[in-house]
Design a protein around this ligand. Sequence first.
Ligand code: C2E
Ligand code: MG
Ligand code: MG
Ligand code: MG
Length: 290
Amino acid sequence: DAKAAGRCTWRSFHPRLDAVARDRLALLAQLREALRRDALQLHYQPQIELASGRLVGFEALARWRHPQRGWVPPAEFIALAESARLIEPLGAWVLRQACADAARWPAGLRVAVNLSGLQIERAPVVQQVRDALQASGLAPERLELELTEGSLLRDTDHAVRLLCMLRAQGVRVALDDFGTGFSSLAYLRCFPLDALKLDRSFVAALGQPGEHSAQAIVCAVQSLACALDLALVAEGIETDDQRTLLRDIGCTLGQGWLFAAALPAVEAGHLIERHARAALLGPAPLPLSA
Ligand code: C2E
Ligand code: MG
Ligand code: MG
Ligand code: MG
């Protein structure tokens, strides 16, 4: 009887699971088609030097506007691409597009590109980076690659070798979402890194009244970054108070909706022009010889 009931339950769920699977397959086919037709986009979120307000670069964030569903979150379609080995061509496209866009910006500006775990595990990512730099003519030091702790910890020996190869090409490496994983101090010593990106959950907690532990953690991470000679980027700055606190703690760079959300390439271009004008017309000290 129990067996029969079990079967019955199984049967009633079966058509629904089937529909979910069919849905996923359809979405995957559409993603593949969007990539083929060059219908994916990159949006760019500015990174700001907190002490001066100077624009230092942008993080490239992938965007897919599905004809029926609207914007699909990148976390969703990146995972979908990973499940079907579509991440190799998708990742290659992101690198090529981001480098091509950044090559048109003033030479002082950097671009940061996210790499997922499977991308560094399977894809010929070193070659993809080399190709993207060559095709665009972008100076390697203007490209920063963002990796998460999780993706590096899957196989630390491989990760260290890979990071060394990437940095040998002259590109920068940043640890994304820092503080959300194990945040082991041991691997900070063994991974060759240029920057830490403080996860936005810590930044969000900074805004809360009576929240002292978040501030203590951010201070500790700042000291750590400083001692290890790493740049520190705060993610998800939404309020002026957060910006001021982070600046006073000594966090050098920040990004978040306070400055701008991720913008289409054309709008990022306008932002660059506004910053360039402000830098020229603003109250900058005159050279002594003038
Ligand atoms: P991430 O690399 O940590 O990117 C930061 C995320 O925070 C972005 O979400 C961004 O839109 C969002 N964000 C920025 N400022 C604020 C803020 O002030 N408040 C809040 N609440 N959120 C803010 P998004 O674009 O949805 O991307 C999510 C994740 O998807 C990224 O996290 C990254 O891991 C992944 N991703 C995005 N584009 C790519 C890509 O081209 N390749 C790979 N492999 N992963 C990507
Ligand atoms: Mg990122
Ligand atoms: Mg992040
Ligand atoms: Mg993230």
